[in-house]
Design a protein. Sequence first.
Length: 484
Amino acid sequence: MSETKELYRILNKGGVLSPALLYKILLVAEKAGNKHVHFGSRQDILFYLPTNFKTEQLNRSGVSIHKRTSGVQNLVSSYSCVDILPSTSWIYSGIYLKIIDQFTYDHVLRINIVDPKQNMVPLFYGNLNFVASETPNYWHLYLSLNPNKDPQVWPGLIFTDDIATFAQALEQLIIRDKLETVEALLYALENSPLQKITLENTKKIDLPIGFFPYYEGLNKIDGKDQYWAGFYWRNNNYPIQFLKEVCQLCQRTNVVKISFTPWKTLLIKDIETKDKIHWEELIGRFGINMRHSSFELNWHLPLLDENAFKLKRYLVSAFDKLDIRTYGLSFGIQTQPGEKFTSVVIRIKGRLSFLGKYDFTRKYSIEYAYDFNPNNNHYLEYAGNLSKDELPEKLNDISKKYYAQSFVQSQTRHLNRQESPRRTYKIVHQCPECRTVYDERYGDLLTNIEAGTTFYELPDHYGCPVCETPKTAFSELEITELAS
Protein backbone atom coordinates (compact mmCIF):
# COMPACT_ATOMS: atom_id res chain seq x y z
CA MET A 1 0.00 0.00 0.00
CA SER A 2 1.48 3.34 -1.03
CA GLU A 3 2.18 5.94 1.62
CA THR A 4 -0.19 8.93 1.81
CA LYS A 5 1.55 12.23 1.11
CA GLU A 6 0.62 15.87 1.57
CA LEU A 7 2.04 19.18 0.40
CA TYR A 8 4.25 20.80 3.04
CA ARG A 9 5.57 24.37 3.16
CA ILE A 10 9.03 25.46 4.26
CA LEU A 11 8.60 28.95 5.73
CA ASN A 12 11.98 30.46 4.94
CA LYS A 13 11.28 33.74 6.70
CA GLY A 14 11.78 36.82 4.60
CA GLY A 15 12.47 34.66 1.55
CA VAL A 16 16.10 34.17 2.62
CA LEU A 17 18.10 31.00 3.31
CA SER A 18 21.74 30.05 3.63
CA PRO A 19 22.96 27.64 0.94
CA ALA A 20 23.77 25.03 3.62
CA LEU A 21 20.25 25.13 5.06
CA LEU A 22 18.59 25.03 1.64
CA TYR A 23 20.76 22.00 0.80
CA LYS A 24 19.57 20.23 3.95
CA ILE A 25 15.94 20.97 3.02
CA LEU A 26 16.50 19.61 -0.48
CA LEU A 27 17.92 16.37 0.93
CA VAL A 28 14.76 15.89 3.01
CA ALA A 29 12.59 16.50 -0.06
CA GLU A 30 14.69 14.13 -2.16
CA LYS A 31 14.61 11.36 0.47
CA ALA A 32 10.79 11.59 0.43
CA GLY A 33 10.78 10.80 -3.30
CA ASN A 34 10.51 14.30 -4.77
CA LYS A 35 12.44 15.19 -7.92
CA HIS A 36 11.24 18.81 -7.89
CA VAL A 37 10.24 21.48 -5.40
CA HIS A 38 7.86 24.40 -5.93
CA PHE A 39 8.09 28.04 -4.85
CA GLY A 40 5.11 29.92 -3.43
CA SER A 41 4.03 33.54 -3.81
CA ARG A 42 4.96 34.14 -0.17
CA GLN A 43 8.57 33.18 -0.87
CA ASP A 44 8.10 29.71 0.63
CA ILE A 45 9.24 26.30 -0.65
CA LEU A 46 6.75 23.46 -1.15
CA PHE A 47 7.10 19.72 -1.71
CA TYR A 48 5.34 16.48 -0.79
CA LEU A 49 6.06 14.54 2.41
CA PRO A 50 4.38 11.62 4.17
CA THR A 51 1.25 12.77 6.02
CA ASN A 52 2.75 11.70 9.35
CA PHE A 53 6.16 13.30 8.66
CA LYS A 54 7.99 14.31 11.84
CA THR A 55 9.01 17.94 11.42
CA GLU A 56 11.39 18.08 14.37
CA GLN A 57 14.46 17.45 12.20
CA LEU A 58 13.98 20.65 10.22
CA ASN A 59 12.54 22.66 13.11
CA ARG A 60 15.77 22.07 15.03
CA SER A 61 17.61 23.66 12.08
CA GLY A 62 15.69 26.87 12.57
CA VAL A 63 13.21 26.29 9.73
CA SER A 64 9.46 26.37 10.24
CA ILE A 65 7.68 23.60 8.31
CA HIS A 66 3.92 23.09 8.13
CA LYS A 67 1.32 21.37 6.02
CA ARG A 68 0.03 23.65 3.31
CA THR A 69 -3.41 23.59 4.93
CA SER A 70 -2.14 24.69 8.38
CA GLY A 71 -2.93 28.38 7.90
CA VAL A 72 0.49 29.44 9.22
CA GLN A 73 1.99 32.15 7.02
CA ASN A 74 5.49 33.00 5.87
CA LEU A 75 7.11 36.37 6.55
CA VAL A 76 7.67 38.17 3.23
CA SER A 77 10.37 40.79 2.59
CA SER A 78 11.91 42.69 -0.30
CA TYR A 79 15.39 41.49 0.71
CA SER A 80 15.85 40.03 -2.77
CA CYS A 81 15.62 43.54 -4.30
CA VAL A 82 18.57 45.11 -2.45
CA ASP A 83 21.37 46.09 -4.88
CA ILE A 84 19.16 45.07 -7.81
CA LEU A 85 16.33 47.62 -7.70
CA PRO A 86 16.09 51.16 -6.27
CA SER A 87 16.19 51.28 -2.47
CA THR A 88 15.39 53.71 0.33
CA SER A 89 18.69 55.35 1.32
CA TRP A 90 19.12 53.60 4.68
CA ILE A 91 17.90 50.13 3.62
CA TYR A 92 20.49 47.39 3.16
CA SER A 93 20.51 43.59 3.44
CA GLY A 94 21.42 43.58 7.11
CA ILE A 95 18.27 45.54 8.05
CA TYR A 96 16.07 42.76 6.67
CA LEU A 97 18.11 40.03 8.34
CA LYS A 98 17.86 41.86 11.66
CA ILE A 99 14.06 42.00 11.40
CA ILE A 100 13.76 38.40 10.20
CA ASP A 101 15.68 37.19 13.26
CA GLN A 102 13.07 38.86 15.52
CA PHE A 103 10.29 36.59 14.22
CA THR A 104 10.78 33.57 16.45
CA TYR A 105 7.08 32.65 16.43
CA ASP A 106 4.63 31.33 13.82
CA HIS A 107 1.87 33.67 12.69
CA VAL A 108 -1.39 33.27 10.76
CA LEU A 109 -1.61 36.85 9.52
CA ARG A 110 0.37 37.66 6.36
CA ILE A 111 3.20 39.99 7.41
CA ASN A 112 5.28 41.88 4.83
CA ILE A 113 8.47 43.94 5.28
CA VAL A 114 8.93 46.03 2.12
CA ASP A 115 10.82 48.94 0.63
CA PRO A 116 8.55 51.37 -1.29
CA LYS A 117 11.28 52.25 -3.80
CA GLN A 118 11.34 48.79 -5.41
CA ASN A 119 8.54 47.55 -7.67
CA MET A 120 8.94 43.75 -7.54
CA VAL A 121 7.28 42.95 -4.20
CA PRO A 122 3.76 44.47 -3.92
CA LEU A 123 3.45 46.78 -0.94
CA PHE A 124 0.01 45.86 0.40
CA TYR A 125 -0.63 42.19 -0.29
CA GLY A 126 -0.07 41.25 3.34
CA ASN A 127 -2.38 41.84 6.29
CA LEU A 128 0.28 43.77 8.21
CA ASN A 129 2.52 45.68 5.81
CA PHE A 130 5.58 47.39 7.27
CA VAL A 131 6.83 49.85 4.64
CA ALA A 132 10.16 51.69 5.02
CA SER A 133 9.86 55.42 5.72
CA GLU A 134 12.36 58.17 4.89
CA THR A 135 13.28 58.31 8.61
CA PRO A 136 16.12 55.82 9.20
CA ASN A 137 15.05 52.71 11.12
CA TYR A 138 11.35 53.61 11.15
CA TRP A 139 8.54 51.98 9.19
CA HIS A 140 5.02 52.87 8.15
CA LEU A 141 2.38 50.28 8.98
CA TYR A 142 -0.58 49.58 6.68
CA LEU A 143 -3.28 47.13 7.76
CA SER A 144 -5.09 45.25 4.98
CA LEU A 145 -7.68 43.21 6.85
CA ASN A 146 -10.56 43.59 4.39
CA PRO A 147 -9.79 42.87 0.71
CA ASN A 148 -12.63 45.16 -0.38
CA LYS A 149 -11.33 48.22 1.46
CA ASP A 150 -8.23 50.41 1.25
CA PRO A 151 -5.34 49.63 3.61
CA GLN A 152 -5.64 51.43 6.95
CA VAL A 153 -2.72 53.67 7.93
CA TRP A 154 -1.31 53.31 11.44
CA PRO A 155 -0.82 56.83 12.88
CA GLY A 156 2.71 56.15 14.10
CA LEU A 157 6.01 54.92 12.68
CA ILE A 158 7.36 51.64 14.05
CA PHE A 159 11.01 51.26 15.09
CA THR A 160 12.96 48.46 13.38
CA ASP A 161 13.67 46.59 16.63
CA ASP A 162 9.99 46.60 17.62
CA ILE A 163 8.42 45.25 14.41
CA ALA A 164 8.07 41.60 15.48
CA THR A 165 6.77 42.44 18.95
CA PHE A 166 4.32 44.97 17.51
CA ALA A 167 3.10 42.49 14.87
CA GLN A 168 2.59 39.77 17.48
CA ALA A 169 0.55 42.09 19.74
CA LEU A 170 -1.63 43.20 16.81
CA GLU A 171 -2.19 39.63 15.64
CA GLN A 172 -3.44 38.62 19.08
CA LEU A 173 -5.92 41.51 19.13
CA ILE A 174 -7.06 40.88 15.54
CA ILE A 175 -7.41 37.07 15.82
CA ARG A 176 -8.46 36.70 19.46
CA ASP A 177 -10.55 39.84 19.98
CA LYS A 178 -11.77 40.27 16.37
CA LEU A 179 -10.58 43.90 16.22
CA GLU A 180 -10.29 45.04 12.61
CA THR A 181 -10.03 48.83 12.65
CA VAL A 182 -7.09 51.06 13.52
CA GLU A 183 -9.28 52.94 16.00
CA ALA A 184 -10.19 49.78 17.93
CA LEU A 185 -6.59 48.55 17.94
CA LEU A 186 -5.30 51.92 19.13
CA TYR A 187 -7.79 51.90 21.97
CA ALA A 188 -6.75 48.36 22.96
CA LEU A 189 -3.08 49.39 23.00
CA GLU A 190 -3.72 52.73 24.71
CA ASN A 191 -2.00 51.70 27.95
CA SER A 192 0.58 49.45 26.31
CA PRO A 193 4.24 50.54 26.17
CA LEU A 194 4.19 49.45 22.52
CA GLN A 195 2.01 52.39 21.55
CA LYS A 196 4.26 54.82 23.40
CA ILE A 197 7.44 53.90 21.51
CA THR A 198 6.12 54.72 18.03
CA LEU A 199 7.19 57.88 16.21
CA GLU A 200 4.60 60.29 14.83
CA ASN A 201 3.69 59.54 11.23
CA THR A 202 3.68 62.84 9.34
CA LYS A 203 4.23 61.76 5.73
CA LYS A 204 2.65 59.19 3.46
CA ILE A 205 4.71 57.01 1.20
CA ASP A 206 5.14 57.58 -2.52
CA LEU A 207 4.09 54.53 -4.51
CA PRO A 208 6.86 52.99 -6.64
CA ILE A 209 6.69 53.87 -10.32
CA GLY A 210 8.42 52.51 -13.38
CA PHE A 211 8.23 49.42 -15.50
CA PHE A 212 7.84 45.95 -14.03
CA PRO A 213 11.40 44.67 -13.39
CA TYR A 214 13.07 41.93 -15.39
CA TYR A 215 14.19 39.46 -12.75
CA GLU A 216 15.94 36.71 -14.74
CA GLY A 217 19.43 36.15 -16.13
CA LEU A 218 23.03 36.75 -15.08
CA ASN A 219 23.31 40.49 -14.59
CA LYS A 220 25.83 43.07 -13.40
CA ILE A 221 25.06 44.83 -10.11
CA ASP A 222 25.18 48.60 -10.60
CA GLY A 223 28.16 50.22 -8.90
CA LYS A 224 29.73 46.92 -7.87
CA ASP A 225 32.16 44.46 -9.38
CA GLN A 226 29.60 41.73 -8.77
CA TYR A 227 26.72 39.95 -10.50
CA TRP A 228 23.32 38.54 -9.60
CA ALA A 229 21.56 35.55 -11.13
CA GLY A 230 17.79 35.06 -11.43
CA PHE A 231 16.29 31.66 -12.26
CA TYR A 232 12.76 31.07 -13.55
CA TRP A 233 10.94 27.83 -14.40
CA ARG A 234 7.69 28.40 -16.24
CA ASN A 235 6.03 25.32 -14.71
CA ASN A 236 7.37 26.07 -11.20
CA ASN A 237 8.97 22.62 -11.00
CA TYR A 238 12.53 23.36 -9.86
CA PRO A 239 14.77 20.27 -10.21
CA ILE A 240 16.26 19.28 -6.87
CA GLN A 241 19.53 18.21 -8.50
CA PHE A 242 19.97 21.65 -10.06
CA LEU A 243 19.19 23.43 -6.78
CA LYS A 244 21.63 21.21 -4.90
CA GLU A 245 24.39 22.20 -7.29
CA VAL A 246 23.41 25.86 -6.89
CA CYS A 247 23.87 25.48 -3.12
CA GLN A 248 27.23 23.78 -3.56
CA LEU A 249 28.48 26.46 -5.95
CA CYS A 250 27.34 29.18 -3.53
CA GLN A 251 29.33 27.56 -0.75
CA ARG A 252 32.43 27.19 -2.94
CA THR A 253 32.29 30.86 -4.02
CA ASN A 254 31.36 32.36 -0.62
CA VAL A 255 27.80 33.41 -1.53
CA VAL A 256 26.19 33.38 1.91
CA LYS A 257 22.48 33.87 1.11
CA ILE A 258 19.96 32.66 -1.46
CA SER A 259 16.69 34.57 -1.81
CA PHE A 260 13.26 33.97 -3.32
CA THR A 261 10.74 36.34 -4.91
CA PRO A 262 6.91 36.36 -4.78
CA TRP A 263 7.04 35.61 -8.51
CA LYS A 264 8.16 32.05 -7.68
CA THR A 265 11.75 32.67 -8.74
CA LEU A 266 15.19 32.19 -7.21
CA LEU A 267 17.88 34.91 -6.89
CA ILE A 268 21.57 34.66 -6.06
CA LYS A 269 23.41 37.92 -5.40
CA ASP A 270 27.02 38.93 -4.66
CA ILE A 271 28.56 36.72 -7.36
CA GLU A 272 32.17 37.84 -7.80
CA THR A 273 33.39 38.59 -11.32
CA LYS A 274 36.02 35.85 -11.08
CA ASP A 275 33.29 33.31 -10.28
CA LYS A 276 30.92 34.32 -13.10
CA ILE A 277 32.40 31.64 -15.36
CA HIS A 278 31.35 28.90 -12.89
CA TRP A 279 27.73 30.10 -12.97
CA GLU A 280 27.79 30.24 -16.77
CA GLU A 281 29.07 26.65 -16.81
CA LEU A 282 26.29 25.49 -14.46
CA ILE A 283 23.63 27.26 -16.50
CA GLY A 284 24.98 25.77 -19.73
CA ARG A 285 25.29 22.24 -18.35
CA PHE A 286 21.65 22.18 -17.30
CA GLY A 287 20.56 23.88 -20.54
CA ILE A 288 18.71 26.67 -18.72
CA ASN A 289 16.98 29.38 -20.73
CA MET A 290 17.97 32.66 -19.03
CA ARG A 291 16.17 35.08 -21.35
CA HIS A 292 12.45 34.47 -21.39
CA SER A 293 10.35 37.19 -22.99
CA SER A 294 8.83 39.78 -20.67
CA PHE A 295 5.29 38.52 -21.39
CA GLU A 296 6.37 35.07 -20.19
CA LEU A 297 7.80 36.31 -16.89
CA ASN A 298 5.24 38.82 -15.71
CA TRP A 299 2.50 36.35 -14.67
CA HIS A 300 1.22 35.41 -11.23
CA LEU A 301 -0.71 32.12 -11.05
CA PRO A 302 -2.35 30.10 -8.28
CA LEU A 303 0.05 27.45 -7.01
CA LEU A 304 -0.06 24.13 -8.90
CA ASP A 305 -3.25 25.09 -10.75
CA GLU A 306 -3.02 23.24 -14.06
CA ASN A 307 -6.01 25.05 -15.60
CA ALA A 308 -4.50 28.45 -14.84
CA PHE A 309 -1.14 27.29 -16.23
CA LYS A 310 -2.78 26.10 -19.48
CA LEU A 311 -4.63 29.40 -19.82
CA LYS A 312 -1.38 31.30 -19.36
CA ARG A 313 0.33 29.21 -22.05
CA TYR A 314 -2.57 29.87 -24.42
CA LEU A 315 -2.46 33.63 -23.80
CA VAL A 316 1.33 33.89 -24.06
CA SER A 317 1.16 32.05 -27.38
CA ALA A 318 -1.59 34.41 -28.53
CA PHE A 319 0.46 37.44 -27.46
CA ASP A 320 3.33 36.14 -29.55
CA LYS A 321 1.17 35.55 -32.63
CA LEU A 322 -0.54 38.92 -32.36
CA ASP A 323 2.77 40.66 -31.60
CA ILE A 324 1.26 42.22 -28.47
CA ARG A 325 3.57 44.43 -26.41
CA THR A 326 3.24 43.90 -22.64
CA TYR A 327 6.48 45.42 -21.32
CA GLY A 328 5.74 47.10 -17.99
CA LEU A 329 2.49 45.23 -17.36
CA SER A 330 1.96 42.22 -15.10
CA PHE A 331 -0.89 39.71 -15.33
CA GLY A 332 -2.59 37.48 -12.79
CA ILE A 333 -5.04 34.60 -13.15
CA GLN A 334 -7.42 34.06 -10.24
CA THR A 335 -9.98 31.34 -9.77
CA GLN A 336 -11.31 32.80 -6.52
CA PRO A 337 -11.18 36.16 -4.72
CA GLY A 338 -7.66 36.88 -3.58
CA GLU A 339 -5.06 39.54 -3.00
CA LYS A 340 -4.44 42.17 -5.67
CA PHE A 341 -0.97 41.36 -6.96
CA THR A 342 -0.70 42.40 -10.61
CA SER A 343 -1.66 45.33 -12.82
CA VAL A 344 -4.15 43.20 -14.83
CA VAL A 345 -6.25 40.37 -13.36
CA ILE A 346 -8.04 37.65 -15.36
CA ARG A 347 -10.78 35.92 -13.37
CA ILE A 348 -12.16 32.50 -14.29
CA LYS A 349 -15.91 32.29 -13.72
CA GLY A 350 -18.83 29.93 -14.23
CA ARG A 351 -16.89 26.68 -14.38
CA LEU A 352 -18.87 23.44 -13.98
CA SER A 353 -16.21 21.09 -12.63
CA PHE A 354 -18.06 17.85 -13.49
CA LEU A 355 -17.79 18.69 -17.21
CA GLY A 356 -13.99 18.63 -17.03
CA LYS A 357 -12.25 19.52 -20.28
CA TYR A 358 -15.62 19.61 -22.06
CA ASP A 359 -16.79 22.54 -19.94
CA PHE A 360 -18.03 25.21 -22.38
CA THR A 361 -19.69 27.29 -19.65
CA ARG A 362 -16.44 28.80 -18.42
CA LYS A 363 -16.33 32.57 -18.75
CA TYR A 364 -13.69 35.18 -17.95
CA SER A 365 -13.52 38.77 -16.80
CA ILE A 366 -10.66 41.28 -16.88
CA GLU A 367 -9.86 43.88 -14.22
CA TYR A 368 -7.02 46.37 -14.11
CA ALA A 369 -5.44 48.42 -11.34
CA TYR A 370 -6.03 52.16 -11.29
CA ASP A 371 -3.05 53.75 -13.06
CA PHE A 372 -2.06 50.10 -13.78
CA ASN A 373 -0.24 50.13 -10.43
CA PRO A 374 -1.33 47.23 -8.15
CA ASN A 375 -0.09 49.20 -5.14
CA ASN A 376 -3.00 51.60 -5.65
CA ASN A 377 -5.27 48.78 -4.43
CA HIS A 378 -8.14 50.02 -6.64
CA TYR A 379 -9.28 47.72 -9.44
CA LEU A 380 -11.69 48.56 -12.26
CA GLU A 381 -13.54 46.03 -14.40
CA TYR A 382 -12.52 46.28 -18.05
CA ALA A 383 -14.57 43.48 -19.60
CA GLY A 384 -16.77 40.63 -18.40
CA ASN A 385 -18.53 37.49 -19.63
CA LEU A 386 -15.76 36.75 -22.11
CA SER A 387 -15.03 33.48 -23.84
CA LYS A 388 -11.49 32.14 -23.92
CA ASP A 389 -11.14 33.13 -27.59
CA GLU A 390 -12.10 36.73 -26.78
CA LEU A 391 -9.42 37.17 -24.12
CA PRO A 392 -6.37 37.89 -26.35
CA GLU A 393 -8.09 40.73 -28.23
CA LYS A 394 -9.33 42.35 -25.01
CA LEU A 395 -5.89 42.04 -23.39
CA ASN A 396 -4.39 43.61 -26.51
CA ASP A 397 -6.84 46.51 -26.11
CA ILE A 398 -5.96 46.96 -22.45
CA SER A 399 -2.24 46.99 -23.24
CA LYS A 400 -2.85 49.81 -25.73
CA LYS A 401 -4.83 51.64 -23.05
CA TYR A 402 -1.83 51.28 -20.72
CA TYR A 403 0.64 52.73 -23.26
CA ALA A 404 -1.73 55.56 -24.16
CA GLN A 405 -2.05 56.46 -20.49
CA SER A 406 1.73 56.21 -20.01
CA PHE A 407 2.23 58.61 -22.93
CA VAL A 408 -0.22 61.15 -21.50
CA GLN A 409 1.41 60.95 -18.06
CA SER A 410 4.90 61.38 -19.50
CA GLN A 411 3.74 64.45 -21.43
CA THR A 412 2.25 65.92 -18.25
CA ARG A 413 5.51 65.32 -16.37
CA HIS A 414 7.41 66.94 -19.24
CA LEU A 415 5.27 70.06 -18.97
CA ASN A 416 6.12 70.38 -15.31
CA ARG A 417 9.90 70.13 -15.77
CA GLN A 418 10.89 73.74 -16.42
CA GLU A 419 13.93 75.87 -15.64
CA SER A 420 13.79 79.23 -13.80
CA PRO A 421 10.27 78.53 -12.61
CA ARG A 422 7.44 81.04 -12.38
CA ARG A 423 3.80 80.28 -11.65
CA THR A 424 1.28 80.35 -14.54
CA TYR A 425 -2.35 79.25 -14.82
CA LYS A 426 -3.97 77.39 -17.69
CA ILE A 427 -7.48 76.14 -18.45
CA VAL A 428 -7.54 72.55 -19.75
CA HIS A 429 -10.27 69.92 -20.01
CA GLN A 430 -10.21 66.73 -17.96
CA CYS A 431 -11.89 63.33 -18.36
CA PRO A 432 -14.03 62.60 -15.28
CA GLU A 433 -13.35 58.86 -15.38
CA CYS A 434 -9.56 58.43 -15.68
CA ARG A 435 -8.45 62.07 -15.11
CA THR A 436 -6.72 62.30 -18.50
CA VAL A 437 -6.17 65.94 -19.51
CA TYR A 438 -6.71 67.46 -22.97
CA ASP A 439 -4.45 70.50 -23.48
CA GLU A 440 -4.93 72.38 -26.76
CA ARG A 441 -1.24 73.33 -26.84
CA TYR A 442 -0.33 69.72 -27.50
CA GLY A 443 -3.44 68.29 -29.14
CA ASP A 444 -3.78 64.52 -29.06
CA LEU A 445 -1.19 62.62 -31.06
CA LEU A 446 -2.88 59.30 -30.35
CA THR A 447 -6.02 60.37 -32.28
CA ASN A 448 -4.27 62.61 -34.84
CA ILE A 449 -5.49 65.86 -33.29
CA GLU A 450 -2.94 68.54 -34.18
CA ALA A 451 -1.37 70.83 -31.60
CA GLY A 452 -3.26 74.11 -31.30
CA THR A 453 -6.69 72.55 -31.74
CA THR A 454 -9.01 74.06 -29.14
CA PHE A 455 -11.29 71.81 -27.14
CA TYR A 456 -14.33 73.29 -28.90
CA GLU A 457 -12.85 72.50 -32.32
CA LEU A 458 -12.63 68.79 -31.52
CA PRO A 459 -14.97 66.60 -33.61
CA ASP A 460 -18.24 65.56 -32.00
CA HIS A 461 -17.16 61.92 -31.90
CA TYR A 462 -13.94 62.72 -29.98
CA GLY A 463 -13.45 60.68 -26.81
CA CYS A 464 -10.80 60.25 -24.13
CA PRO A 465 -7.77 58.43 -25.67
CA VAL A 466 -7.44 56.33 -22.53
CA CYS A 467 -10.98 55.31 -21.54
CA GLU A 468 -13.08 56.61 -24.50
CA THR A 469 -15.34 58.79 -22.35
CA PRO A 470 -17.08 61.28 -24.76
CA LYS A 471 -15.85 64.86 -24.78
CA THR A 472 -19.27 66.11 -23.62
CA ALA A 473 -18.48 64.64 -20.19
CA PHE A 474 -15.16 66.53 -19.85
CA SER A 475 -14.96 69.40 -17.37
CA GLU A 476 -12.82 72.53 -17.25
CA LEU A 477 -9.81 72.43 -14.97
CA GLU A 478 -7.46 75.23 -13.98
CA ILE A 479 -3.94 73.93 -13.64
CA THR A 480 -1.00 75.68 -12.05
CA GLU A 481 2.33 75.31 -13.82
CA LEU A 482 5.91 76.27 -13.18
CA ALA A 483 7.23 77.76 -16.40
CA SER A 484 10.39 79.56 -17.45
